[in-house]
Design a protein around this ligand. Structure first.
Ligand code: ZN
Length: 429
């Protein structure tokens, strides 16, 4: 028979060790994030006065300095954000924040409404904590460098719409997940995973036609050279879409972009109006060819499969932790239930998965090189190079990132590497 005192001692020991492991990962993640940002700021500042040799013909010193200042300002905001996130995580867990929220709701509601109240409360708290920095980024950093096109009114209208939409879609989803967790026995994580995957696929399907139009206006791409080129490219690549659209991205920001949404026959190609005004038709064609490359090389599908496999693994892991008292106690909550398990798990998970960041970035950069190679094959490499230089210039992206920061975080290869790679492509015109 188990001796209850020894069992209690054993639990305390495991709990304390788990707290220590969590704190170790927490400190390590925080230190690495700060160190990389500070390195980045230092490197960009040190190279502020010299345009890299391979860009001297295309980029002026003034443009280069502007990119450096913008990068430094954004990185400083990111440093503040790192501290805010870390402080919030500690306050909610070991600081007793979650225990307090639980103490507030537990006597008032129970069952599924309790779970919903807990999850919405934590979302509200983190939303409010993040708000000042979002405002600062948009209306100070972006505005200082001439990128902000948003009014404070539009910012809060967006926020209200996002919150309402989040509550409208989020509440039934959270209720369904909590119900499955309680009702499906020990293999609940499998049912939650099936539900979650189906929900995500549905969301991807309805996003372009139902959700995106709530925030932006989409108008069909007008006839002309641009449209003729785009259609010729699509035919060359054997690509079908349900429409070519222009989005009023300039309503919020002057950054330019192009993207795909939806899948199957519901795919739409969306150009930001800011992109079309800045690039010549051949350059737009090359940018689009790059995006088509992501589809043709199955990057979109691979990402989706990785996402589903990842969420299955995480839900399985949560299935193992949910009944372990040390999981709750080790993170500052002295009671356990499905809602608390979900909240704690998703709060602390980034601390443990942070070391995987460079691997994901590396994979993403590899995909970018592959999409560039595809673009060089089906459009002109030189047009893509011109487009990239213009986008780097207009978005004030730095040409001289800290190499280690770039290796760790960058989803796209540094400009110099990307252009050198494009110049090596056999399809180069
Ligand atoms: Zn890409």
């Amino acid at each position: 028979m188990k001796n209850p005192i020894f069992a209690q001692l054993g639990l305390t020991f495991v709990t304390q060790n788990f707290t220590l492991i969590f704190l170790l990962f927490f400190a390590l993640t925080l230190a690495i994030r700060l160190w990389l940002k500070l390195r980045h700021i230092g490197f960009v500042t040190a190279h502020r006065e010299t345009v890299p040799a391979e860009f001297t013909e295309r980029v002026t010193l003034e443009t280069h300095r502007k990119a450096a200042d913008y990068t430094v300002d954004r990185s400083k905001a990111a440093v503040i954000g790192t501290f805010v996130d870390a402080g919030l995580l500690l306050a909610l867990t070991l600081g007793g924040g979650l225990a307090t929220v639980h103490g507030f709701w537990a006597p008032r509601v129970d069952g599924l409404p309790y779970g919903l109240a807990m999850i919405f409360s934590v979302m509200l708290i983190s939303g409010l904590v993040d708000l000042p920095l979002s405002l600062y980024s948009q209306f100070v950093v972006e505005a200082r460098h001439g990128f902000n096109r948003m009014t404070v009114g539009l910012f809060f209208a967006d926020l209200a719409k996002q919150t309402a939409l989040g509550a409208l879609i989020g509440a039934p989803v959270i209720l369904a997940v909590l119900w499955l967790m309680g009702a499906m026995g020990e293999h609940w994580w499998l049912y939650v995973w099936l539900f979650w995957s189906a929900f995500n696929l549905l969301l991807m399907f309805i996003y372009p036609t139902w959700i995106a139009p709530l925030f932006n206006k989409f108008s069909p791409l007008e006839d002309g050279e641009m449209k003729a080129r785009v259609e010729a490219l699509l035919a060359r690549c054997g690509f079908r879409t349900s429409g070519l659209f222009v989005m009023d991205g300039s309503k919020r920001s002057s950054h330019g972009n192009a993207y795909f949404t939806g899948f199957g026959n519901n795919k739409r190609i969306v150009f930001f109006d800011t992109l079309l005004t800045r690039l010549d038709p051949p350059e737009v064609e090359a940018v689009l060819a790059h995006e088509l490359g992501h589809f043709r090389k199955k990057h979109v599908l691979k990402r989706l499969v990785m996402m589903f496999a990842g969420s299955l693994a995480f839900l399985w892991l949560l299935g193992q932790l949910i009944d372990a008292p040390w999981f709750y106690a080790g993170l500052g909550v002295d009671t356990g239930n499905t809602a608390l398990a979900l909240i704690l798990f998703f709060l602390v998970m980034p601390v443990f998965t942070f070391p995987v960041t460079p691997l994901m970035s590396w994979l993403s950069r590899r995909h970018e090189f592959e999409a560039d190679a595809y673009a060089a094959e089906h459009a002109a490499a030189d047009d893509l190079i011109h487009a990239l230089v213009k986008l780097y210039r207009d978005n004030a992206s730095t040409l001289t990132p800290d190499p280690l920061h770039s290796l760790f975080y960058d989803s796209h290869p540094p400009a110099a590497q990307r252009i050198a790679h494009l110049q090596l492509q056999p399809g180069k015109a």
